[in-house]
Unconditional design. Sequence first.
Length: 272
Amino acid sequence: MGNLITNSKEPTSNTQPNKESTPWWLFLNVLALDAPIVAIVWQHFLAENINIKISTTETASLFFTVWFIYLSDHFFDSLKGFYTTQRHLFVARNQKKTIALITFTFTTSICLCFSLSKSLILGGLILVGFICIYLLLVHANIANIKLKNNCKELLVGIGFGTGVALPVIISNIELKTWLPSVSLFCLLCWLNCRLIDNWESNCDSLSKMDLTLILLIFYLMFICQKPILLAAIITLVCLVLVNKFAGSDKPRISRVLADVSLLSPWVFWIFP
């Protein structure tokens, strides 16, 4: 799901993208389907542990909205000549198909919104406003305003996590019940984005802010419900292993495995 990060250190090219074939195991990533899958998995996982029900419409709306946002981000990157990752190469070679998918996901998202509650629509509109501001700062380059890398990744993590947990946030559940779990998920998303950005830019260093946020992850883990604690542990262990055995040496494989690590809630559904 780290694909929403635009790497400012990533070289650009105005030349025609090459014809390198896309491995089968990268298709979910290049089609931007990995992020919406992670989104719906965690939406249901958080809801189950906080005892609220998620409707089919809410799940579908989240899926298509996240898919639309990620497809749009990849498309705008490709217009700027970012051909250094497989997802950007794919979009650059298939612009008409990508535009068709963007149109489809946007239209579907709007249609599904009419079946949502007013409070969920209002919360979604507020969140969409922040996301639009983020995309504008990243892609429009207005007045040369640039977000620092770690700031961008943190904003992506918070925006993604908040969108996933929106039904929980607007529910009547007390703040102290859901805030630690939602905050933990946001920071796990941030860490996913941060590591992917490091791998793709061939940088293995972490800043003091990174280490502070990682410590915050460990603190939040132990004030969350046990299933969420265990899911976070699984995700962190997987990310550490990916970083150690693949990392920046194999960025494509690392990116896929990093997203797979966020699917840790499936462990509790497969082995209840």
